[in-house]
Design a protein around this ligand. Structure first.
Ligand SMILES: C[S@@+](CC[C@H](N)C(=O)[O-])C[C@H]1O[C@@H](n2cnc3c(N)ncnc32)[C@H](O)[C@@H]1O
Length: 208
């Protein structure tokens, strides 16, 4: 079995050069996120990839901890931060669980294009709720295949994963994800989708 971190290590160089699939929607997400950020905030991003979004938000907040399971993604992100002379973003290898942040220690947590790649989503969202301060924001963008024709990937994904062509992918619907976030103690402040069959779901939630 090819582990997902190896998949992302192999993909990292290409990923860092790839254009964002929908620039307008990406800019909307950045702007909506920044409306919830302020310069005194400590932010954590899990699954940060090559750091594009963390580096974009760096000037708007006090500090960002950005983590990813891929060593190669982290190396590229650190290189981009050094080149741009951005000093308030720390890139660390690992999962959110490995990072083991203190309870109520962050003002905002970002998980962009990553939640559908994590096996235990309930545990992940509970961990986000644990580390956020009350009133803190959780910003996510998730591939929700649950109601699309791509949901049948569930049956063939394990085979493709054996070939190393795809990473772990878990099927969730938009409604199911929104419920899981609400059930973990959040109110949903923004929710919209885009992409083929509306599968890219953007949610901003506030910890109650
Ligand atoms: C599709 S990329 C998204 C990268 C970035 N967030 C973006 O929006 O461009 C998914 C990233 O999540 C990372 N990843 C996958 N599973 C993870 C996990 N359990 N914890 C942290 N990072 C993970 C991968 O290494 C990869 O860099």
């Amino acid at each position: 079995m090819i582990k997902s971190d190896k998949f992302w290590d192999k993909t990292a160089e290409k990923y860092s050069k790839k254009a964002v699939p929908d620039e307008e929607k990406y800019q909307n997400k950045l702007a909506e996120t920044q409306a919830f950020l302020s310069e005194d905030m400590h932010v954590l991003e899990f699954g940060c990839g090559t750091g594009t979004t963390a580096l974009h938000h760096a000037a708007a907040v006090r500090k960002i901890d950005a983590i990813d399971i891929s060593q190669k993604m982290i190396e590229i992100a650190r290189g981009k931060a050094a080149k741009a002379e951005i000093n308030n973003v720390a890139f660390t290898l690992g999962t959110l669980k490995d990072f083991n942040a203190g309870a109520c220690s962050f003002d905002a947590v970002l998980g962009l294009n990553v939640i559908h790649l994590v096996a235990n989503r309930t545990e992940l969202i509970a961990e986000v709720a644990r580390i956020l301060k009350p009133g803190g924001v959780f910003v996510s963008s998730t591939g929700c295949l649950g109601n699309s024709s791509f949901r049948f990937l569930k049956f063939i994904a394990p085979l493709f994963k054996l070939t190393g062509l795809i990473p772990d992918i878990f099927i969730v619907s938009e409604a199911q994800l929104a419920d899981e976030i609400k059930n973990a103690g959040f109110s949903i402040e923004r929710q919209w989708h885009h992409g083929p069959q509306g599968i890219d779901v953007f949610i901003i939630a506030k910890k109650l």
